[in-house]
Design a protein around this ligand. Structure first.
Ligand code: UD1
Length: 442
């Protein structure tokens, strides 16, 4: 029997927490990547598909994981965190299939509880999710997939309700490549009667990781990592022990940081294969990239070269690296073009980079970056998670001091970023202004 332990780490953030970063310090040495956020956010909900105690290792210590463990606890699961990177989830007994607004609003991936709870209890109610604001984030492909499996979906008063007497395998062709729809439908289909085929499925490394996790619970999923996934439904899944993959985007962020700051950095705990599209662009910008079994070294030249980048679903260049590569290219010689083809509203942070002296103009899905020879520290605001990472990169390159506000976005996805960056020589502090300074600060 496990006991729920209130995690001892900080959970509440106020607008008055900031990062104070002094740019221009030489960065060197090694930085270690944590477990993959987006894999953890799919695999933790999937743990409820089996009754009993599942242990998941290499969990990143980030606020999105805390939100998910709060959600699982609210459903009656017992969650223990014996150390920073391990979660033990006992989902023998669940007392609810409803995820309320107060919890769901804190993160986008709360909607993965739909697929997981349908697979476990044949019904689920989850409030419409929150998460990063990149413009419209539809869920029509999730609903299309669920309905094809015989699951009735209704949306009422902000809640998505899903229910089925019998989940039946089906042939589903997604109209767009969606990570979320692939994850959600996969979790419901593992317990379906019969065979499900998902066509035009997402191929991201965390889709493969979720499939491996589910297979280790007794599921029968083949083809994950290609665009056709075949799932033979099974009646029962059993608890498992599993270690999740390293975070591809965290690794890419540190690669872009090394490149932008003119540093030589070794990035440890990576799967170089997952980084190929990023490595390709970092090399195109003039860096030397050396791949080892579980690490990668980036050595930056005196001045970066212009490069064009277009985001695409995996194995293309990830949209979650778009702000960081834009920050990097703002210091490259010449004109670079970055095209965003996954999300409509993902250039909001560009105004913040411009406050630091970047010369970038955005026209719809395209950013035209005229490289400048330096950036200047300024007060800026993280508009979302990866935008925040881009501002950290810019701040570490800039002349003078940058204050980054709204850092709760960054802490949703980067474990121990201040500690990790300090270890490689960065001058970064997290500050908290006392309440009486709030009015002065505004
Ligand atoms: C996931 C990632 C997010 C990343 C994104 C794309 C997680 C927790 N989040 O988000 O960090 O930026 O993949 O790599 O893993 N779409 C539809 N209908 C749908 C679903 C999606 O039209 O039902 C569209 C979206 O508007 C978007 C594109 O498909 O243009 C990709 O979205 P999707 O892959 O679903 O992103 P998320 O799973 O939300």
């Amino acid at each position: 029997m496990l006991f729920y332990i209130q995690p001892p780490y900080e959970r509440k953030f106020t607008l008055l927490e900031k990062y104070l970063i002094k740019g221009g310090m030489p960065l060197k040495g090694a930085i270690t990547v944590s477990g993959a956020k987006n894999a953890a956010l799919a695999i933790i909900p999937a743990a409820v598909l089996a009754k009993g105690v599942t242990t998941i290792e290499n969990i990143p210590d980030i606020s999105d994981v805390n939100t998910l463990t709060d959600i699982l606890s609210s459903l009656g699961a017992r969650v223990e965190r014996p150390n920073r990177s391990t979660l033990i989830i006992d989902s023998e007994e669940l007392c609810s299939c409803t995820v309320p607004y107060e919890l769901a609003k804190r993160m986008r991936a709360s909607y993965y509880m739909l697929g997981a709870l349908i697979g476990r209890c044949q019904k689920a109610s989850v409030s419409m999710p929150g998460g990063c604001d990149f413009g419209v984030r539809p869920i029509d492909q999730h609903i299309k997939g669920f309905e094809a499996l015989g699951i009735k979906v209704t949306i009422d008063k902000g809640m998505i309700n899903a229910e089925s007497d019998r989940i039946l395998g089906s042939h589903i062709h997604f109209d767009v490549v969606s990570v979320g729809a692939t994850v959600n439908v996969m979790m419901a289909a593992v317990k379906a009667r019969g065979i499900t085929i998902l066509e035009n499925a997402a191929k991201e490394p965390h889709i493969v990781d979720l499939a491996n996790f589910l297979n280790s619970m007794g599921a029968d999923i083949r083809g994950a990592g290609t665009d056709v996934i075949k799932i033979h439904g099974v009646d029962i899944l059993h608890p498992t022990d599993y270690s999740i993959i390293p975070d591809q985007i965290e690794a890419g962020t540190y690669m872009a940081l090394a490149a932008a700051t003119g540093s030589s950095l070794t990035i440890k705990n990576v799967i170089p294969k997952h980084l190929e599209s990023i490595t390709d662009k970092i090399r195109a910008a003039g860096c030397e990239v050396t791949e080892f079994d579980e690490s990668i070294r980036v050595k930056s030249p005196q001045r970066l070269k212009k490069t064009n980048v277009k985001t695409l679903p995996h194995p293309g260049f990830p949209t979650d690296m778009q702000p960081q590569i834009t920050a990097m290219l703002s210091l490259a010689e010449g004109t670079s073009i970055v095209t965003e083809s996954v999300w409509e509203g993902r250039f909001k942070y560009v105004d913040e980079l411009k406050r630091m002296g970047a010369n970038i103009s955005v026209d719809g899905k395209m950013a035209v970056i005229e490289g400048v020879d330096h950036l200047t520290g300024a007060p800026v605001k993280a508009t979302d998670l990866r935008a925040g990472a881009a501002l950290i990169i810019a701040a570490l390159c800039a002349h003078g001091t940058t204050e980054i506000e709204e850092i709760h976005h960054i802490e949703r996805g980067y474990e121990g970023i201040v500690t990790k960056l300090k270890k490689i020589g960065a001058d970064i502090q997290k500050i908290q202004l006392p309440d009486d300074m709030q009015s002065k600060a505004q």
